[in-house]
Design a protein around this ligand. Structure first.
Ligand code: ZN
Length: 394
């Protein structure tokens, strides 16, 4: 068993100690992602007869996760050979040396941004050496950086379409991924398709339209301004209901993790586990938020799992299982020797806790959420209390 806990530890506790999404939820999450792909490819067949079919079960599960009903970014692959605009990705040195000074040529710089999960896009226009138009917008929480870059290019198209004079025009983005996706012959993203549609419309208002890559953070004034505007957008509070852009695979995966994490917490809170393991494991579930926290090192995994589950070689559990006559703590003989007693309040180790944790007594939830597994096991080692199987009585 990967947690190295006692075999008597209950399954709900093992789910938390193993730091994995519960297996049935994991299967359901994977099935929902596949359902979403099938829908995007027009290959999902809704159930017509049995409400117990796999499809019916997935439809019911998806009804409580709003992101699964939102417009999706992946689409059925679409072939597109020609475009009325060109795309250019020159080597970094040549792109960085470009002067942006051709007379009556409209240069538009675009950029996307993601800061602390908030996203934004910005663009600025340059004509005859003067920056004359700019825009910045917030795009909410769900888009990827790739989508924000595409949206910024669409903002440039809006500016071109609104311009009264047709000019040779170039849009400069620092996202090679966005430019490559726009130039691809097979399109798989509704954000890319929407951006291409905007570029086709904009091209009708230009003498020529070219998309160019510009290296980011290379002291190119237009790119720096677009970067600032995109950051301004991602720093602002989004106005309106999410999502602002179609939901991508990463955002969907994140929404499913959030949903199943909440479900895991609710299930654990209503489980019949004893408070002796519920309190530390609730703290652990919170620390491990969304199963991102790594397991403790192998060398301390067994004692750590046993301490947190309460199923250990400490006297309280050994007495409960009828192996030893007394549950009392051998150090103070005042209370049963539970994990919480030994870790948090045994008077025999007050000064040790003061030295290691900065306090003589500490609530177990605070201990688990504040100190690393290594520090906690180091405290146990310093108490001299062994968490190994005791030798059989003589
Ligand atoms: Zn004690």
């Amino acid at each position: 068993m990967i947690t190295r806990a006692f075999p008597s530890t209950d399954t709900d506790a093992l789910d938390i100690l193993s730091n994995l999404m519960p297996i049935l939820d994991f299967i359901l999450a994977e099935a929902l992602i596949n359902r979403s792909s099938l829908i995007a490819n027009d290959r999902w067949i809704s159930p017509t007869q049995s409400s117990f079919s796999h499809a019916a079960i997935l439809n019911a599960a998806s009804s409580v996760i709003p992101e699964l009903s939102m417009p999706a970014n992946p689409i059925k692959p679409l072939l597109m050979l020609d475009r009325p605009f060109s795309t250019s990705i020159e080597p970094r040195q040549e792109s960085a040396a470009y002067s942006f000074s051709a007379p009556d040529h409209l240069y538009i710089f675009t950029d996307g941004s993601k800061l602390d999960n908030r996203t934004g896009a910005g663009m600025v226009c340059l004509l005859n050496g003067t920056f004359f138009d700019h825009a910045s917008t917030s795009l909410g929480l769900s888009p990827s950086v790739f989508q924000t870059e595409l949206f910024a290019i669409s903002m440039a198209c809006t500016s071109i379409t609104a311009s009264p004079s047709a000019r040779h025009t170039s849009i400069h983005s620092d996202s090679q991924a966005a430019l490559i996706a726009i130039a691809a012959t097979i399109l798989k993203s509704s954000s890319v398709l929407s951006c291409i549609s905007d570029l086709i419309s904009a091209s009708q208002h230009c003498l020529s339209l070219t998309l160019c890559w510009v290296p980011g953070h290379s002291n190119i004034e237009g790119n720096d301004l677009a970067d600032s505007l995109a950051r301004e957008g991602s720093g602002a509070l989004p106005i309106g209901p999410e999502p602002f852009l179609p939901i991508g695979r990463a955002a969907l995966s994140s929404a499913l993790k959030s949903h199943f994490y909440s479900k895991h917490c609710s299930k654990w809170n209503s489980s019949k586990a004893s408070t002796k393991c519920k309190t530390p494991l609730t703290a652990l579930l919170t620390v491990q938020h969304k199963w991102l926290h790594p397991l403790p090192p192998t060398s301390i995994l067994r004692p750590y799992s046993q301490l947190l589950s309460g199923h250990s070689y400490l006297n309280y559990f050994q007495h409960r299982t009828g192996i030893i006559p007394s549950p009392l703590c051998p150090a103070c003989k005042e209370e049963p020797e539970t994990s919480e007693h030994l870790l948090c309040r045994c008077p025999a180790f007050s000064s040790l806790r003061q030295r290691l944790f900065g306090t003589s007594t500490i609530p177990i939830a605070l201990l688990i959420s504040t100190f690393s597994p290594s520090t906690i096991i180091s405290y146990i080692t310093k108490t001299g209390r062994s968490l190994e199987r005791p030798p059989p009585p003589p």
